[in-house]
Write a protein that binds this ligand. Structure first.
Ligand code: AMP
Length: 295
């Protein structure tokens, strides 16, 4: 695995490797996994998927200042470049792109990308500048890497909708691949921010998964009133004294619009604070009797 920290360096290396793989379909030959580092099994599952699909695998580690709001955890976001390099290498990454903020952004930043509609609710309401930061950095990274298949985790479900919309609207030559959420044994979604949890908060955090599972089971059992499911999930989370509920929603899985009626195509999304950690999770509803994402 080669580590590269400049845009020019990555492009030169990719040009050379693409030429070596001449004749391969130009979109699918590079698999790309953008991350903010402090890698865990969730990130590694994306790298493994890229490795299985594509002859060239690129991952990036960049803690993107544009997607953090004032007072958020930009300064304290966990980092471990040595550990990340080992994980990326063992997951089959060929090129690890680790740019500095100066390499990525001019000062001041004049051009940003914002995606209306899907950005506005849930995470967009809680963090008003977040998705413009995400859309801007993903647009830049996809332009830097060039035609690729880019892999994203369903753990950040609304982010995938924002990225898909941006890619379609700006005609970016990338195929967006969504992969399932990787969880701990007790259902807690893996997240770099889980490191912020105290023992007590860590013990409480699987309540998000339990709430989603109960909501999905209720829909699978025939409940069609979305408000009933929202209230069920909210009550389960609010009953946990350590958790501070942010939202519990039932939305259309493509538009992310709230639904009055729910069914197998619905997506359940929740967010809550546990001390200084703000955790998200979500779950689909399968037509059969059990919700997806089960442990
Ligand atoms: P992050 O480093 O948190 O920005 O995440 C980088 C990518 O990894 C995003 O596409 C995330 O959705 C994905 N990801 C994070 N946690 C998980 C997880 N538990 N399972 C699957 N994908 C994940």
């Amino acid at each position: 695995m080669l580590r590269v920290d400049t845009v020019a360096g990555l492009r030169a290396e990719l040009d050379r490797r693409r030429a070596d793989h001449g004749g391969v379909d130009p979109v699918s030959q590079v698999g790309f996994v953008p991350t903010m580092g402090y890698l865990h099994d969730g990130h590694e599952s994306l790298m493994h998927a890229a490795r299985a699909d594509c002859p060239i695998v690129v991952a990036s580690i960049f803690v993107n200042p544009l997607q953090f709001g004032a007072g958020e955890d930009l300064e304290s976001y966990p980092t471990d470049l040595a550990g990340d390099s080992l994980r990326a290498e063992r997951s089959g990454v060929d090129l690890l792109f680790v740019p500095s903020a100066d390499e990525m952004y001019p000062v001041p930043v004049s051009t940003t990308v914002s995606v209306a509609g899907v950005s506005s609710r849930m995470e967009g309401a809680a963090r008003p500048t977040h998705f413009a930061g995400v859309a801007t950095v993903v647009a830049k990274l996809l332009n830097i890497v060039g035609p690729c298949r880019a892999y994203f985790g369903e753990k950040d479900f609304q982010q995938i909708a924002v990225v898909r919309t941006m890619v379609a609207d700006l005609s970016v030559r990338a195929e967006i691949v969504a992969r399932p959420t990787v969880r701990e044994a007790d259902g807690l979604a893996r997240s770099s921010r889980n490191v912020y949890l105290s023992d007590r908060e860590r013990a409480a955090a699987p309540v998000l998964y339990r709430a989603l599972r109960q909501g999905a089971l209720r829909i699978a059992a025939g409940e069609t009133d979305a408000e009933v499911v929202r209230m069920l999930m909210a009550r389960i989370i609010e009953d946990e004294p350590v958790a501070r509920l942010d939202y519990a929603e039932v939305v259309d899985s493509t538009t992310l619009e709230p639904l009055p009626r729910c069914g197998p195509g619905s997506r359940l999304l929740v967010a809550a604070r546990f001390g200084r950690a703000r955790l998200l999770d979500n779950m689909g509803v399968s037509p059969a009797s059990s919700p997806d994402g089960g442990v």
